[in-house]
Design a protein around this ligand. Structure first.
Ligand SMILES: NC(=O)c1ccc[n+]([C@@H]2O[C@H](COP(=O)([O-])OP(=O)(O)OC[C@H]3O[C@@H](n4cnc5c(N)ncnc54)[C@H](OP(=O)(O)O)[C@@H]3O)[C@@H](O)[C@H]2O)c1
Length: 255
């Protein structure tokens, strides 16, 4: 009896935004472990190069490319580079997001609002448009959007961030419906509280952490690596009939 090949990514090209640390780094490493050539991306090249070097040191394939997904010109430039260097893209993981202001919704600053929308909605949207065009030329692919449980149940003092994550869940369904005809699947991962720099203000504050843990049936926060398996499933043939779904990986928080 042979082992399943359903999770093999040999020969696939995968782009992971926000892959220099946290959840994106864990995703990049797992996809590379399964055989994909991973493009490790974030705003700062140094951090990406370190992750790419670690993947290569383990025998995997990786390339570091800087891209600020809130800047339209940078999205255009990165896809021009991808066309030139690889000529195709099989997997896009939209993972990089921002949450610059932690406050009551009535105190939302216009600059923070704009930045959150530009990165979390416009960035995910046009990264998916460019990836979708490239995938369409080669018979399909898989887009995975890292949203959040806050897209279903808004986080306290995370107003506009939660709004953008709800938009990402809807965006996932839009791309799933309109791009299925091109062989492109699009699904979302909804992480619960995960121990990363992004969540450090929550995880390192005992009062906030204990309130959060009281609402999490598994009674702990997630490690970044616990998000990566779901992305591998959504990226691979194991999920070949799955599109338009939002998968909660939240220790039971939303149940
Ligand atoms: N941690 C949680 O509890 C949690 C819960 C639910 C959802 N999420 C979601 O999970 C995803 C990853 O979060 P994380 O916790 O892993 O965060 P993290 O550890 O802070 O990592 C964020 C990554 O995104 C990059 N980045 C930030 N802004 C960017 C931009 N404008 N363009 C390109 N790259 C950018 C960062 O690198 P540079 O600084 O080099 O750009 C870094 O690689 C996000 O979508 C977040 O909303 C996290």
């Amino acid at each position: 009896m042979s082992k399943t090949q359903l999770f093999d990514l040999d020969g696939k090209i995968a782009f992971v935004s926000g892959a220099s640390r946290g959840i994106g780094e864990a995703i990049a490493k797992l996809l590379a472990q399964q055989g994909a050539h991973v493009i490790v991306s974030s705003r700062k090249l140094d951090g990406c190069q370190q992750v790419a070097d670690a993947i290569i040191a383990e025998g995997g394939k990786a390339t570091a490319i800087a891209c600020h997904i809130g800047e339209m010109e940078q999205i255009q430039q990165v896809f021009a580079a991808l066309r030139e260097q690889f000529g195709r893209l099989d997997i896009l993981v939209n993972n990089a997001a921002t949450n610059p202001q932690f406050c009551n919704v009535l105190d939302t600053d216009l600059g923070a609002f704009q930045k959150t929308v530009d990165v979390n909605i416009r960035g995910y949207f046009f990264m998916s448009v460019e990836a979708g065009k490239l995938m369409r030329e080669h018979g399909g692919g898989s887009i995975i959007n890292v949203a959040s449980i806050n897209g279903i149940s808004p986080g306290i003092f995370q107003g506009i961030y939660s709004v953008t994550k709800a938009a990402v869940i809807n965006m996932t369904k839009v791309f799933a419906k309109e791009c299925a005809q091109f062989g492109i699947r699009c699904n979302a991962l909804l992480p619960g509280l995960t121990d990363t720099k992004f969540a450090s203000a929550l995880v390192k504050n005992d009062a906030i952490l204990n309130t959060a843990l009281a609402q999490i049936p598994l009674k702990r926060v997630a490690a970044p690596s616990e998000m990566a398996g779901t992305v591998l499933y959504l990226a691979s043939d194991a999920s070949s009939y799955t599109t338009g779904v939002a998968l909660n990986v939240d220790g039971g928080f939303l149940s």
